[in-house]
Write a new protein. Structure first.
Ligand code: KG4
Ligand code: ZN
Length: 392
């Protein structure tokens, strides 16, 4: 079969990105970052983002095509992010995709940005290295999206079949880290700086609260941690500014607080689903989720900007192995319970590079691949941005 190349575009937030992909293989993935432009604002300023996208988009696409050594004539379809994201920013990517689709008579595929982050774990480089797993994904899988705009637990029954199990009730995890970083004057985005400072600090120096332990849903919340940080900082700096070591300790403790909350809820999702699979009657969130039968999670996926954080990856691996040990203990030596043994998590996947964790167009191209195979194209006239687009 002929190789089907996709030209993908993402302008959902503050990065202008274009990529060429083929199924799950990345041929090029170009990102023109606007971080420096937004630094003075301590966050993304939408009109500044729009202007920078419109200045950078054509060149970014040209570079993506030339790095992939693919001309527009060889492109099978154009994929573009339609939401969620900043409306003025999305608009530039969509209008550019439409223009190219018209000029070169190519079909258009609308992609949800979150679906891109979910699928980013399947991305492979064009040159295979031994380290990269090429195993096909096993379903159902549970994807944890942790970015600057979203924090969600997404169940994948198959590729393209999503169910959101839990979401943030307020701020996203990355947003919370960025805001705490701002209180400490660390610069923007603060997530990666906090990760580095945390390596030099003691995560138990300050005890951050563990939110939402008494509610039975899989939702998360980070606004309390932000308030807790502000109050604690006020107290700590009342007499003198924080020392370097105190800043490192604060970063380590805050980061641990944010990730401990995610892992606590991950553990809850796994245990609740396991209970449901085992046929137990439960008064837990899983019992309220419809069509959730015989779903033994096989894989855990992690995506989004914060997935670049190695401490988060380590804590998720530890959560999975703790859960697997618990399951083993409960079922060992009892043949009647072998079906429950299938509940062990076999695989943990995260994107192969930091670039694939942050916003990028390659993940959009890879998410569009199944739609290209199915011929599920979007109408050029009616394609519009959907800033609040949901995954399901
Ligand atoms: O996915 P992303 O690039 O954009 C959104 O769609 O939101 O995520 C950006 C977020 C920012 O909050 C940034 O601080 C955070 O990801 N981030 C990190 C790390 N790298 C980026 N947070 C913690 N540790 C990191 N290494
Ligand atoms: Zn994103």
């Amino acid at each position: 079969m002929n190789k089907q190349y996709i030209l993908a575009i993402d302008t959902s937030c503050d990065d202008t990105s274009a990529a060429v992909t083929c199924d799950t293989t990345i041929l090029s993935n170009v990102v023109a970052s606007q971080t420096e432009l937004h630094k003075p604002y301590g966050g993304v300023f939408p009109t500044v983002a729009k202007l920078a996208h419109s200045e950078n988009i054509d060149r970014t696409i040209q570079v993506a095509l030339s790095r992939a050594k693919i001309s527009m004539t060889k492109i099978a379809a154009i994929a573009v992010t339609v939401g969620p994201g900043l409306a003025p920013a999305l608009e530039i990517g969509i209008s550019t995709a439409k223009k190219l689709a018209q000029e070169y008579k190519k079909p258009l595929i609308a992609v949800n940005h979150i679906e891109g982050h979910v699928i980013s774990v399947l991305a492979k480089p064009a040159e295979r290295t031994k380290k990269i797993s090429t195993d096909s994904p096993q379903f159902p899988a549970l994807s944890i999206i942790v970015s600057g705009g979203h924090t969600q637990f997404v169940l994948l029954k198959s590729l393209g079949e999503y169910q959101i199990l839990g979401s943030t009730l307020d701020d996203a995890a990355g947003e919370c880290l960025d805001k705490i970083g701002r209180m400490l004057n660390l610069g923007y985005p603060a997530g990666p700086i906090i990760e580095n400072f945390a390596k030099l600090g003691d995560r138990n120096a300050y005890s951050f609260p563990l939110p939402l332990t008494t509610i039975k849903t899989f939702d998360v919340s980070f606004s309390g941690m932000k308030t807790y940080s502000r109050n604690l900082l006020q107290k700590l700096t009342a007499k003198k500014p924080l020392s370097k070591q105190e800043i490192y300790d604060f970063c380590a403790s805050a980061q641990y607080g944010v990730f401990r909350h995610i892992c606590y809820k991950l553990q809850k999702v796994l245990v609740d689903l396991h209970q449901k699979n085992a046929g137990n009657t439960i008064d837990l969130a899983a019992s309220e989720i419809k069509d959730l039968q015989n779903l033994a999670i096989k894989e855990i996926w992690l995506g989004g900007g914060v997935a670049a954080n190695m401490t988060l990856r380590k804590m998720i691996r530890q959560t999975i192995s703790k859960y697997n040990t618990q399951i083993k203990k409960r079922t060992d030596g009892d043949p009647a319970k072998t079906n429950i043994q299938n509940s062990e998590i076999a695989t943990f996947r995260a994107p192969i590079s930091k670039r694939l964790c942050a916003d990028n167009a390659a993940m959009i191209g890879i998410a569009a691949a199944t739609k290209l195979q199915a011929g599920a194209f979007n109408d050029l006239e009616s394609l519009e941005r959907v800033p609040q687009l949901k995954l399901q």
